[in-house]
Write a protein that binds this ligand. Structure first.
Ligand code: GLN
Ligand code: ZN
Length: 768
């Protein structure tokens, strides 16, 4: 019999119960036993949901109080010195300290010296963020946290058949960083770490566990040879420990690591057939005959229903070869999908019939498994028939397929993604027109999103504020932002983005082809969740989206008002994309919609338009061999969005959290006139890339970090600016903060900008 299993379930709760409980606990409104009770209820509910859906083997260890990598750090005793409890025994407070900083306050920002939080970074190519383990060269590991064993007992007590989930030793080490001694190779920690895995496996076996899932997603990355070798060494040692081991890989294909992964001395292998369907036949050929193969066929990273008929055909082929050794699963942990579609009461039934969240994905896995084991089953037959019907309707639906959009896409020519003249000529015209001083000062777009703004938006959405009243309220905010900027003496102004809840959602709400869930939350980090918009059909812009706000703002000032848009790549990366057409095609559709907006802004008298591409760098595929393909279409989409304007109109772009070195040529190929980037936290280190490559256009390296309320003085910013001026010719240098100011309050914003303007003036005087 084929077996169905789940690699992990979203922990946050269908109503974000975990988020709410955590935040209440951090505020002191819920004590630890109350928090523990919420965790227990959620785990019990999630196991039951999966079981009811028909999953045979349920995951344990997918629940985490903050982050699963952090749970592992506690389990292994990888607790940085500054958080180590005097008793030697970590507690939940230790865990939250590591996640949020030792002196946590209500705003969730750790501060005030000592225990700064561990670094947070993206989990592979997802929007989930994990806490980076901090190793020292003399790192010791000891079993220090019992959560996994307690949860196994808990699941057993509820009568469940479970499979604990561990992050494998190779991946865990890969994710961490050695602090202090830069020459130390963390690979050397392997021998010290493995005994703890041994101990864990012993304990689990003693608890009556048969299978353990060991996640090694780095097997889908380009690995240095030493790391490949260490894989074999690690699993040769772990082989001696009890329990059957399933190695789980996901997010990409195994490619050159396929032989390695197939032959590790373990009992099973999970592969992601959604991201990498092409590995199917090679894995069938190369998997040793004693091993279980788990096929990840239901997409854990997106929200669409699986084409059951087509997927079943693949599984049947596998079944012929593997028989009993075939397992069926989602492609990866369901951590990355929303919880339960049944909660959605405001989606129309047609759209709903196209969607599947975590619960429904479990049902699909179970159904496919039953289809293998009991092909004549009536329920299976009915579900397959329904799936065929839904897929057929989708393929034809006029809600999805828009001839006008497709015709426009087909008519794109190379000239559309090309400015009229090269940068060196454009910039002369722009300088003559804009009449800015040297080192022009500007901001990245948003100003503080105050309680008043949020209240006005809520009232408007609830119908308590009329459209006119809402517009008047936003105009008031714009007037305020413009007045503040004029007082500060900034050179290029912005309207402040008061009307935007979110830089993607604001635009998505105005484009045809996007839909929104009410409860489709996905954990981003800790208690933070995001609710990405869904791209379900061909995208187009029925009417201008920002023009009236920008036009109004420009009437208030004689200074230059910068228009503010989100770029096509970022729109795509931060949405749930379609699966029936490529990401590239969706980016082009978005680019055309934004292009229309850029052209309309220009026609409305806006002389500078900024197109934010915050997610440009994070769209890079996991495998380097695929980078160029991505960079080509991503760059082209940006240009398609930007290049509808005359030479004299200046195009800015903005990117945050970016390591630019490896993509600098593509950033140059975007051909923006000005790029503003985050650099202050790295002390201008990021500029190295722009220097080494001789980046051609204007650059605004952020001179202060907007992620904290701290107000740097002008001497500090001047120092950074001088550093920047040594690398970038002064005539190409702009002065701006790191990112938008929407998360800040007005007092610190104004104080910091006063200092920023002063720093720019000082350097101007020195250079004159
Ligand atoms: N214009 C946006 C803002 O200022 C940019 C935000 C971002 O890059 N994340 O908020
Ligand atoms: Zn930014």
């Amino acid at each position: 019999m084929a077996l169905s299993h789940s690699l992990g379930f979203p922990r946050i709760g269908a109503d974000r119960e975990l988020k709410k409980a955590l935040e209440a606990h951090w505020k002191g409104e819920l004590d630890e036993s109350g928090l523990q009770a919420v965790g227990r209820q959620l785990r019990a509910a999630h196991w039951q949901l999966q079981k009811d859906a028909g999953i045979d083997l349920l995951p344990v260890g997918d629940f985490a109080w903050y982050d699963q990598v952090l749970t592992h750090s506690l389990t292994f005793g990888v607790i940085p010195e500054r958080f180590r409890p005097h008793s030697g025994k970590p507690s939940l407070e230790t865990l939250f300290g590591m996640a949020r900083g030792a002196v946590a306050n209500n705003s969730g920002v750790g501060c005030c010296g000592g225990g700064h939080a561990q670094e947070l970074t993206k989990w592979f190519d997802s929007n989930y963020h994990y806490l980076v383990p901090e190793f020292s060269a003399d790192q010791q590991f000891q079993l220090s946290w019992q959560q996994l064993f307690e949860e196994v007992d808990e699941a057993h007590a509820l009568g469940h058949s479970v499979k604990p989930v561990l992050i494998g030793p190779r991946t865990y080490l890969w994710l961490g960083k050695v602090k202090g001694d830069a020459s130390f190779d963390k690979l050397e920690l392997l021998e010290r770490l493995l005994p703890v895995y041994g101990e864990i496996l012993q304990r689990l076996a003693a608890q009556g566990v048969e299978w353990v899932q060991i996640d090694e997603p780095i097997l889908a990355l380009d690995l240095p040879q030493a790391w490949k070798n260490a894989f074999e060494r690690a699993y040769n040692l772990l082989q001696r420990d009890p329990g059957k081991k399933l190695i789980a890989t996901y997010f990409a294909g195994l490619e050159d690591n396929l032989g390695l992964a197939a032959n590790l001395p373990v009992d099973g292998l999970h592969i992601d057939l959604v991201r990498a369907p092409e590995q199917f036949s090679s894995i069938l050929d190369r998997l040793p005959a004693y091993k279980v193969l788990s096929l990840g066929v239901v997409n854990g990273r997106n929200v669409w229903r699986t084409d059951l008929q087509q997927t079943l055909a693949i599984l049947q082929q596998a079944q012929e070869r593997l028989g009993e050794r075939l397992w069926v699963a989602p492609s990866c942990s369901l951590l990355h999908s929303p919880v339960d579609l049944n909660r959605e009461d405001q989606l129309d039934s047609e759209l709903k019939s196209w969607l599947a969240f975590a619960v429904q994905k479990c049902e699909e896995v179970a159904l496919l498994t039953t289809a293998l084991n009991d092909p004549q089953n009536a329920k299976v037959q009915a579900a397959l028939a329904q799936s065929r019907a839904v897929q057929a309707r989708r393929a034809q639906s006029p809600r999805i397929h828009k001839p006008a959009v497709q015709a426009r896409l087909a008519a794109i020519t190379a000239a559309d993604s090309q400015r009229q003249s090269p940068f060196v000529q454009r910039i002369e015209q722009q300088r003559a027109r804009l009449q800015l001083p040297a080192l022009p000062t500007t901001t990245i777009g948003s100003f503080p999103q105050t309680a008043a703004i949020r209240l006005a938006r809520q009232a408007f959405k609830a119908g308590k504020l009329s459209a006119d009243e809402y517009t008047a309220a936003m105009h008031g905010e714009i007037r305020h932002a413009v007045a503040v900027q004029e007082n500060l003496g900034l050179d290029v102004l912005v309207h402040g983005e008061a009307e935007r809840n979110d830089m993607v959602e604001y635009f998505a709400e105005q484009l045809d082809g996007y839909a929104f869930s009410r409860f489709g939350w996905v954990q981003s980090y800790g208690s933070r969740c995001v609710k990405p918009a869904l791209i379900y059909g061909d995208l187009s812009r029925p009417r201008p989206m920002t023009v009236e706000w920008s036009r109004y703002a420009q009437t208030l000032t004689s200074k230059v008002m910068k228009g503010m848009l989100t770029g096509p790549v970022t729109m795509l990366m931060w949405s749930f994309p379609r699966e029936d057409i490529s990401r590239e095609q969706q980016a082009r559709q978005l680019a055309l919609a934004i292009r229309d907006e850029v052209v309309d802004l220009e026609a409305a008298g806006i002389k500078i338009v900024q197109i934010d591409e915050a997610a440009f760098r994070e769209g890079l595929p996991l495998r380097q061999a695929q980078w160029q393909g991505y960079l080509d279409w991503a760059t082209e989409s940006f240009r398609l969005a930007a290049c509808g304007v005359r030479d004299e109109t200046q195009i800015h772009t903005h990117m945050c959290y970016s390591e630019f070195n490896d993509v600098i040529e593509s950033i140059a190929a975007m051909d923006a006139d000005v790029i503003t980037i985050e650099t202050s936290r790295s002390d201008m280190q990021l500029l190295q890339a722009f220097e080494a490559f001789d980046y051609p256009s204007d650059i605004g390296p952020g001179v202060y970090d907007i992620h904290s309320p701290r107000v740097p003085d002008s001497a500090e910013m001047l120092k950074l600016l001088r550093k920047a001026a040594r690398r970038i010719p002064a005539e190409r240098l702009w002065v701006n903060p790191d990112c938008g100011l929407k998360t800040r309050a007005w007092p610190e914003t104004e104080a910091a900008l006063v200092n920023m303007v002063a720093a720019a003036r000082q350097l101007r005087a020195e250079l004159a």
